[in-house]
Write a protein that binds this ligand. Structure first.
Ligand SMILES: [Zn+2]
Length: 182
C-alpha cells in the first residue's frame, strides 16, 4: 500500500511538472539536489562534443558533471566564471563495472542472452576527481576490467542534451584519434 502511495506521489510530481528544464532524456524529478545552471553550461559543451569540468576555487578538485558545492572543501562552485570551466579529456579509466543479465524495460523482466548483455561502468575521466556512470559498448564481458582505458562516444549530431554522450568504448590505440570534438 505504501508502495502504491509512493508511486502515486511520483506520478503527481510528474503531472505537476516538478522537474528540471535541463534538456535530456532522464526524469530528474526524484533527485533531491537541483543543479540547473550548472547542468545547462555542461550540456551546452556537449553540442561540440566537449566534456566541461568545473574546478573548485577552494581546493582545485575538478567535477564532472558539475556540482553546486565542493564535497571536499565545501566551497561554493562558481559556474559564472568562465575560467573555472575546463575542457577535460575524452579518455578515462574504468574504476568498477557490472554486467546486466536482465532486461528491466517496461513489459517485464527478461533474462538477456549473452549477446544482449550490457556493461555499465564507473569511469574516471583523466584529470577529473569524480566518476561518471556510463554504458560501455564494443567490449565483451570477458574483456572489461578495472583499470581499462576507455573513451567517450558521442551521437553523430549532438543537440546539447545529456543523451549526446552516448556511451564509452575501449580506447583505440592504433592510429585513431580519440576525437576531441573536431
Ligand atoms: Zn573544493
Amino acid at each position: 500500500m505504501a508502495d502504491k502511495q509512493d508511486k502515486q506521489d511520483k506520478q503527481d510530481m510528474r503531472d505537476k511538472g516538478d522537474h528540471l528544464s535541463t534538456s535530456g532524456q532522464w526524469l530528474l524529478s526524484a533527485y533531491r539536489w537541483k543543479t540547473e545552471p550548472f547542468m545547462d553550461h555542461y550540456v551546452q559543451g556537449f553540442k561540440e562534443k566537449k566534456l566541461l569540468g568545473l574546478k573548485c576555487a577552494g581546493c582545485g578538485a575538478v567535477y564532472l558533471p558539475p556540482v553546486p558545492i565542493c564535497a571536499r572543501c565545501h566551497s561554493a562552485m562558481r559556474p559564472e566564471r568562465e575560467e573555472d570551466w575546463l575542457p577535460v579529456s575524452q579518455e578515462g579509466t574504468v574504476i568498477t563495472f557490472t554486467v546486466s543479465y536482465t532486461d528491466v524495460s517496461p513489459g517485464g523482466l527478461r533474462e538477456l542472452s549473452p549477446e544482449e548483455r550490457r556493461i555499465f561502468a564507473l569511469v574516471q575521466p583523466d584529470s577529473v576527481d569524480t566518476h561518471l556512470l556510463v554504458e560501455l559498448k564494443e567490449c565483451g564481458e570477458d574483456e572489461v576490467h578495472v583499470g581499462m582505458r576507455v573513451q567517450a562516444a558521442w551521437v553523430e549530431e549532438p543537440q546539447g542534451v545529456l543523451a549526446d554522450l552516448s556511451h564509452y568504448i575501449p580506447v583505440k590505440t592504433e592510429g585513431v584519434s580519440p576525437g576531441h570534438g573536431t
